[in-house]
Design a protein around this ligand. Sequence first.
Ligand code: FNR
Length: 360
Amino acid sequence: MAAEPVNLNEFQELARLALPKMYYDFYAGGAEDEHTLKENVEAFHRITFRPRILVDVSRIDLSTTILDYKISAPIIIAPTALHKLANPEGEVATARAAASCNTIMVLSFTSSSSIEEVAASSNAVRFYQLYVFKKRDITATLVQRAERNGFKALVLTADTPRLGRREADIKNKMITPPLKNLEGLLSTKVSSDTGSNFEADANETMDASLSWKDLEWLRSITNLPILIKGILTREDAIKAVEVGVAGIIVSNHGARQLDYSPATISALEEVVHAVKGRVPILMDGGVRRGTDVFKALALGAQAVLIGRPVVYGLAAKGEYGVRRVIEMLKDEFELTMALTGCPSVKHITRKHVRTEQERI
Ligand code: FNR
């Protein structure tokens, strides 16, 4: 294989070659039959373009603004666990790549580098992803640390009352390394110091009673804007707007939670119609091409997040690899804008794509 990949999918193969099987499977895997895992990607393939011609596309502006932060393109780094399994520099390398690409990084609650290390390593705009533990104090402590360290928003992941059944991890007896931010905060059951099977232990730790009313609690302990991640239906989108979230992330957790959830690109429009522009909507799941970014924007997302491609880039080539992944996606997105006749993201409309239902 050529040393320099030419697209995101080639990074996946490089990551597979670079990583121990247990870690590659941890990143690549999905829940149960992995039906949704495939669908997340394939549902994009079923959307085609209605390109417009003879538009002046001699200059293309990819930039956009998310919660007042201007970024170079509507492509954000999704929160994914344990970057040190991919590269010894872990989330620090990812944050540096985010800064050099002028985009936002969402740091995972289950990161392997600490909030403080990541904050000190670059001036990237950072959001902090949250899980809520039964011991609310732990979550509250991490919210305060994120706030103190200049994180700009919280992303509450709400699709994980329990962890999905990821069979590759079960077979591999996947052991996670220490969870840096949780050092000293957890009981011995979920060891932050020696490493443990977080997947199994998480079900002990995660607060499965979390419900809409707890958004009030979260708001009482922070002034940061809160985005909610994991929405797939109009009902929940409306609830999220009612409780006052600053944004919605349409996501099925990279198909790692409930198999046979819809592909996120298929669920996006339902949410967009329900929200009616009241809060920004982002989406993630299966974005591998610039054309995918375009399709998500045409269907109403303001930006996409990418999960696995980032860890594959990190595994294959460290910080440089993450940068290349983002740059390649940006380049493809820019080309798509040129070829569909869209000189800026504002020009991308619903009329530029045709979904399967609309085919004649
Ligand atoms: C995730 N995801 C995730 N989400 C979250 O809110 N907190 C987390 O700690 C993690 N961890 C995690 C680890 C790994 C290895 C993966 C692949 C995913 C889900 C992630 O934020 C995002 O929703 C998906 O990764 C998006 O799908 P793609 O881009 O991976 O297809």
